[in-house]
Write a protein that binds this ligand. Sequence first.
Ligand code: FES
Length: 105
Amino acid sequence: MAVLNVIDRDGNEAVIESDTGYSIMDVLQANGQDVAAICGGVASCATCHVYVSPEVMATLPPLEGDEQVLVEESEYYKEGQSRLSCQIQFTEALDGIQVILAPED
Ligand code: FES
């Protein structure tokens, strides 16, 4: 189990305690967060766009490939903070991180 802190698009904060081994997108959806994830997690829609802090970003695998293309195309792209939550595995190492749901494009 690990904790995922979430700030939704209205600024509401949620503390989610979840099993690990799922994508962050899966954890968000399973806990009622408004993440459309219309492609089902294959990095082709960007409706699971979230922001993480630069400190968290430094601990994640690098942004590259389809994920990089999609977030950089987003109107709401923030350099050094934007990620696709379907491409990040929620692991014990990420216990306690915060994600902020990006506005919908
Ligand atoms: S769910 Fe479609 S890109 Fe993440």
